[in-house]
Design a protein around this ligand. Structure first.
Ligand SMILES: Cc1cc2nc3c(=O)[nH]c(=O)nc-3n(C[C@H](O)[C@H](O)[C@H](O)COP(=O)(O)OP(=O)(O)OC[C@H]3O[C@@H](n4cnc5c(N)ncnc54)[C@H](O)[C@@H]3O)c2cc1C
Length: 304
């Protein structure tokens, strides 16, 4: 067993978590169905390759942290987690891109489509980001969102009505469903090993991921995985979520700034002088912006 949980504690933790519905969005949820393994399973698998000798010098926590830091991934594949999730179809479309999971999804050929669509509150409409073509940036004012919410409700009601009329007319469910909106909720069992789950969470908890799937990822991570795998979770936060990757070009900028004798934090002007030569002639350069962002978060540069 892991040093964090005794067998009895693990059983009662599992009993309390299993089938608890963690709500996400307006009518979605994440539910833990089953788990195979815990922190100890990762440690046990690793010790097969590292040998008994390591037991004395490295406790479970240190070993897990070493494995995660050094990307020794296979021990994390020894644990598996199965969820039942209810997700709007547009969000699910992003979710299923993660090919390393096993999925069984509710069939709308076989059964009636779930009579629930994700609705957007007056204050939840997001503006198109200007800096990133893929993302959003801030929310519309409450009043501006009101007509959008109203037309969304009308559209969803009409789509459901048309769907049900088709079924009444004897149309096959597989065809009747074709005009249901992507906001329609679907449900699926989703099973994945811990290594690939952490990969999913790293991508989908990131600020670049769409807000909706981010909420699912954060719920899975903080409500379930943090409790089931506390040592792996701690290492994951330290070495993946809150870690920063510095490229060779980033390191060059830091080196030039550090050796310039400037007082830190350096100004935007100092940063521009220290920037990589390949960026200099570019008016817009995403890599330069990313580098500035990294250095700003480290307190090495400032806009002023
Ligand atoms: C912020 C964000 C924006 C995105 N935007 C887009 C977009 O605009 N358009 C788009 O189409 N997708 C987009 N995606 C999806 C993205 O390209 C990936 O398909 C998705 O994140 C799954 O990642 P993955 O392949 O690493 O994960 P998984 O499918 O879970 O695979 C895990 C790992 O297994 C390995 N692997 C799995 N299958 C194979 C294979 N067949 N061959 C080789 N190695 C394999 C890879 O190492 C992979 O990293 C976006 C994802 C994110 C997070």
């Amino acid at each position: 067993m892991s040093s964090e949980h005794s067998p009895a504690q693990t059983t009662s933790l599992l009993d309390s978590l299993r089938w608890e519905k963690f709500p996400v969005l307006d009518d979605g949820f994440v539910t833990l169905v089953d788990v195979m393994g815990d922190d100890a399973s990762v440690v046990q698998a690793a010790r097969v390759s590292y040998g008994e000798g390591t037991r004395k010098v490295s406790d479970d926590r240190q070993l897990i942290r070493y494995l995660l830091r050094q990307a020794h991934t296979t021990p994390f594949e020894m644990a598996e987690v199965k969820f039942l999730v209810r997700v709007p179809m547009d969000c699910w479309r992003q979710w299923v891109r993660h090919r390393t999971a096993n999925i069984n999804e509710y069939s709308t050929r076989y059964s009636l489509a779930i009579d629930s669509m994700q609705s957007t509150g007056n204050d939840s409409w997001r503006s198109q980001a200007t800096s990133n073509r893929q993302g959003s940036d801030g929310f519309l004012k409450d009043n501006d969102g009101h007509p959008l919410t109203q037309s969304e409700q009308e559209l969803q009601s009409l789509a459901r009505k048309v769907y049900e009329e088709r079924l009444q007319a004897g149309i096959a469910r597989e065809q009747a469903r074709k005009d249901l909106p992507l906001s329609t909720y679907t449900e699926a069992y989703w099973k994945i090993d811990l290594h690939n789950l952490l990969h999913f969470l790293a991508l989908r908890m990131d600020s670049h991921a769409q807000l909706e799937i981010r909420k699912y990822a954060e719920t899975i991570g903080y409500e379930i995985i943090a409790k089931l795998f506390p040592l792996c979770w701690e290492a994951f936060l330290d070495y993946r979520v809150h870690a920063m990757r510095l490229t060779q070009l980033d390191r060059g900028v830091i080196h030039r700034l550090a050796s310039s004798g400037k007082t830190l934090p350096a100004s935007r002007e100092d940063f521009n002088v220290a920037q990589d030569q390949s960026w200099v002639s570019l008016e817009r350069c995403r890599e330069r912006d990313e580098c500035f962002g990294k250095l700003a978060s480290l307190g090495l540069v400032t806009e002023s």
